[in-house]
Write a protein of this length. Sequence first.
Length: 116
Amino acid sequence: QVQLVESGGGLVQAGGSLRLSCTASGSIFSINDMGWYRQAPGKQRELVAVISKGGNTNYTDSVKGRFIISRDPAKSRVWLQMNSLKPEDTAIYYCNAEDLLNWEYWGQGTQVTVSS
């Protein structure tokens, strides 16, 4: 089992920045990919960014060039640096981890609100 705890959400004006953090505990040796998803009101949860254990990254098109995902494998932490935030980035952001058996784990979510 893996437990994920996020922090760093909040309210920011358009054009501002926020940094989300996620710390994993439990069977961290089994974690492979880690990433961030988000869910806006009335919309489906979508992938924002993902990073493999080897450091390969992938971003959804709408955040490319603005968001940066990074990871510290030794401590099983992942961060999401969000720059040039837009109102459409407003959502609950969830940390996600996938283990070697392809089991998925989720954090409780952290609210990000971008005002115009």
